[in-house]
Design a protein around this ligand. Structure first.
Ligand SMILES: [Fe+2]
Ligand SMILES: [Fe+2]
Length: 197
């Protein structure tokens, strides 16, 4: 896959800050892979291009969704900030010619996550939040600490969900059941894994 082509497209279609964030997510995914002792080029590619549709205006996102029958949930339609994930997977497929389902799913689910995320999906989800180019250093450190302490990504991802849920509560916003479902499932997975140790 042509990383330079992806970077050129991103530089032309994202704001400077979003481009920096994309490079940061790419670097973070490489660091996470190194920390976990795994090779996962798919996660690294998906991390780089995960926000490829982030700077499209809302009316363009909605046009692409309706004209191409892009599958979006009710929750995503109620929260415009999440629509760039399903549209991003569509852009990856049509502009970058990516057919690999693992990469496309990691882009598709990088905002809300889902139950039973794959390793690739988890790396991209976490790289998006942990990258140090544009994210707050204290949050990045907190997530790296969780990752280092437990040696797996679930505890760090749980912290991301906690922060999201707290923010929604603080702002009197609705917490969608799917967010709670994913959070619950991660908590149960972590508890189960500790019992079997
Ligand atoms: Fe995003
Ligand atoms: Fe992002």
């Amino acid at each position: 896959m042509n990383i330079d082509f992806f970077k050129t497209y991103l530089r032309q279609n994202l704001t400077n800050e979003r481009y920096e964030h994309s490079l940061g997510a790419y670097e973070a995914s490489c660091e996470i892979c190194k920390f976990l002792g795994v090779e996962n080029e798919k996660a690294e590619i998906a991390s780089l291009i995960h926000d490829c549709a982030k700077c499209l205006p809302n009316d363009e996102l909605l046009r692409l969704i309706s004209q191409n029958n892009i599958d979006v949930t009710k929750m995503e339609l109620e929260n415009f900030k999440t629509l760039h994930a399903p549209v991003g997977a569509y852009v990856a497929k049509t502009v970058f010619d990516i057919e690999d389902k693992e990469i496309l799913d990691a882009i598709r689910f990088h905002t809300i996550g889902r139950i039973n995320m794959t390793q690739t999906e988890k790396i991209v989800f976490l790289a998006d939040k942990i990258e140090s180019r544009t994210r707050r250093p204290d949050i990045s450190k907190l997530l790296w600490d969780a990752l280092s302490e437990h040696g797996n990504m679930d505890d760090a991802i749980i912290l991301c969900y906690k922060a999201t849920i707290k923010k929604l509560i603080d702002n009197d916003l609705v917490i969608h059941p799917q967010t709670v479902e994913v959070y619950d499932s991660l908590i149960l997975d972590v508890k189960k894994s500790r019992l079997t140790l």
